[in-house]
Design a protein around this ligand. Structure first.
Ligand SMILES: *Cc1c(COP(=O)(O)O)cnc(C)c1O
Length: 227
């Protein structure tokens, strides 16, 4: 895309990845611990979606990248309820809404600020003590309350499979997540929509795409190993 791509360290990598992604799949460049110089290189190579998992780090970087006007910022980490207002200052998307309490706080703050952030509900369909997220049963029970969060645009599900699964098991997690989204979408909610599936990271995004991901969140495969 850019005339500087030949000296751009990640343009080739990006081209390669984009060429394998269906055009309907949005690539979120996950830039936690990635220096802003590399983020600029990604921007110059065409990236407009950046994902961060810490509020403080995102705040620092957004200040440093304030001259790049058309970035969409995605929050992908666990959000504490006392940082909800900050998150709404910084992010247009929140992929990781993992409790009713968090959804309701976001909804209330969004209403006060006349915002309507896009939100995904983070689910874990297999037990995983390392991860936040709704089990299927918890999510189904919370849906009526979530549907009343009319200042959130709840647009889909997000998931991270447990570490150490086989490819088949990982694919099954992604497929079951899609099925759950389809099941919810088939019910008649006023606000809830299930158009998006945020799933797939560097090691498993091809499987996620195979299962119907609409957003993949890629860090290491773009920027190299984190420190
Ligand atoms: C770090 C992170 C990613 C990116 O992981 P990679 O393995 O570097 O691609 C994606 N999603 C979430 C929620 C993350 O925390």
């Amino acid at each position: 895309m850019s005339s500087t791509s030949s000296i751009n360290p990640i343009a080739d990598r990006l081209e390669q990845i984009w060429s394998t992604l269906p055009s309907s799949v949005r690539l979120i460049a996950v830039t936690k611990q990635v220096p802003v110089e590399l983020m600029r290189a990604a921007y110059e190579a065409g990236v407009r979606d950046f994902g961060e998992s810490r509020i403080q780090e995102a705040m620092t970087k957004q200040t440093q990248l304030a001259d790049l006007p058309d970035i969409t910022w995605h929050f992908i980490g666990h959000l504490q309820t006392n940082k909800v207002a900050r998150a709404l200052d910084l992010f247009q998307w929140i992929h990781s809404v993992d409790s009713l309490k968090l959804a309701q706080q976001l909804n209330q703050r969004a209403q006060e600020r006349q915002q309507s952030p896009k939100v995904c509900l983070q689910v874990k369909l297999l037990p995983d003590p390392q991860k936040y997220g709704w089990t299927e049963a918890e999510l189904l029970e919370a849906l009526p309350e979530l549907d009343r969060c009319s200042h959130l645009q709840i647009v889909g599900l997000m998931t991270i499979p447990p570490y150490g699964l086989s490819q088949d098991e990982t694919l099954a997690v992604f497929r079951n997540t899609r099925r759950l989204a389809e099941q919810i979408q088939a019910q008649s909610w006023s606000h809830l929509r299930m158009h998006h599936l945020s799933m797939g990271m560097s090691d498993d995004y091809q499987l996620a795409v195979q299962a119907g991901a609409t957003m993949v969140r890629l860090g290491r495969t773009l920027f190299g190993e984190r420190r």
